[in-house]
Design a protein around this ligand. Structure first.
Ligand SMILES: C[S@@+](CC[C@H](N)C(=O)[O-])C[C@H]1O[C@@H](n2cnc3c(N)ncnc32)[C@H](O)[C@@H]1O
Length: 267
C-alpha cells in the first residue's frame, strides 16, 4: 500500500471504525449508484486524468477508469484503500490508489478533474482544513482543469438531528452473510456546524455490538464558494441534482464546478 506524506493521524482518528471498514462500507452502499453517471460524464468532458480525493473503496474511481481515463484515488483510511485495490485487481494499471490526507498532499502532477464526491468534503472539520485541502487541490489542477464537489445540503441533513435513537440501515455481513443492523442518533451544533452521528452496529449472528461515530461539518454552497475563492478557485457552475437540475433552496444536493481563477460569482 502506498502512503502519501503530508497529513497527520488526526484525520485517521475520525475514520478508524466499522463505518469506514472497506468491505462493510461496500455492503452498506451497494445500492448507492445514482451519482456514478454524473461523475463519469464530468471526467469524460474534462478529459482526465482524474484525482479523486476521499476516494474510499473506489465506488466512483473504478467506473470512471473503466472508460479509459487515468484515475488516482486518495483516501486516509487504509481499510478503504485496501478494498479499492482488491476490487481493481492486480492486472489493471488504473486507478492508482494511495493512502493520504486530502488536507495536505503533493503528487507532483496536474489533473483535468479534481473531485470530492459523496459529501466527503464534510470531513473537513474547520475552515482551516477546508482551505488547506482546496489550496492543495488547486495546485494539482491543469490550468484549464475543474475542481468539483458534491455535498448534501445542510438543511436536509440537520433536519434529522433530533438526538433520538432510530433504526438507520442494515446489510449482509461481508464475510458471514448474516444481517448487520445499525441504529443511530444524530445531533447538531449550529455554533461549530458539526453534525455527529453515533451508530450502534449489531451483528445478528452472535448479538455482538460495535460503536462508530461519524462527525461531519455542514457546508452551504455559499460557505464553500467563499472558501474556494480564498484558495484561488472560482465557482463556474452549480447543480442541484445529478441530472443537471438547478441548485435551489430546496435542493438536497449541492454540486459545485470550479475553475482556477480566484473569487467568482456566488452560487
Ligand atoms: C462518504 S465516504 C466517500 C467515499 C467515496 N468517495 C464514495 O463516493 O463512495 C468518505 C471518505 O472520506 C475519507 N476521508 C475522511 N477524511 C479524509 C481525509 N482527511 N483525507 C482523505 N480521505 C478522508 C474516508 O476515509 C471515507 O473513505
Amino acid at each position: 500500500m502506498v502512503r502519501l506524506r503530508g497529513g497527520d493521524d488526526s484525520a485517521l482518528r475520525h475514520v478508524d471504525n466499522v463505518y469506514y471498514d472497506g468491505p462493510h462500507y461496500d455492503q452498506r452502499y451497494a445500492t448507492y449508484t445514482h451519482d456514478i453517471g454524473f461523475w463519469r460524464e464530468a471526467a469524460r468532458s474534462n478529459g482526465g486524468p482524474v484525482l479523486e480525493l476521499a476516494a474510499g473503496t473506489g465506488r466512483l474511481s473504478l467506473p470512471i477508469a473503466e472508460h479509459g481515463i487515468d484515475v488516482v484515488g486518495v483516501d486516509v483510511a487504509p481499510s478503504m484503500i485496501d478494498q479499492a485495490v482488491r476490487k481493481r485487481g492486480p492486472s489493471r494499471a488504473t486507478p492508482t490508489f494511495l493512502v493520504g490526507d486530502m488536507r495536505r498532499f503533493e503528487l507532483g502532477r496536474r489533473f483535468g478533474l479534481v473531485m470530492i464526491a459523496c459529501s466527503s468534503v464534510c470531513h473537513l472539520l474547520s475552515d482551516e482544513d477546508a482551505l488547506s485541502c482546496f489550496t492543495s487541490a488547486a495546485r494539482h489542477m491543469r490550468p484549464d482543469g475543474t475542481f468539483a464537489i458534491d455535498v448534501a445540503a445542510p438543511r436536509h441533513e440537520t433536519a434529522r438531528a433530533d438526538a433520538r435513537w432510530k433504526s438507520r440501515f442494515s446489510y449482509d455481513h461481508p464475510a458471514t452473510g448474516h444481517l448487520v443492523t445499525v441504529r443511530g442518533r444524530r445531533t447538531y451544533s449550529p455554533a461549530s456546524r458539526l453534525l455527529t452521528d453515533e451508530m450502534e452496529y449489531t451483528f445478528t449472528e452472535d448479538g455482538r455490538t460495535e460503536h462508530a461515530t461519524r462527525v461531519s461539518r455542514m457546508y452551504s454552497a455559499d460557505d464553500l464558494a467563499a472558501l474556494l475563492g480564498r484558495a484561488g478557485l472560482r465557482v463556474e457552475r452549480t447543480f442541484g441534482d445529478f441530472d443537471g437540475g438547478p441548485l435551489t433552496a430546496d435542493s438536497t444536493t449541492q454540486i459545485l464546478m470550479c475553475s482556477l481563477g480566484g473569487p467568482g460569482r456566488t452560487p
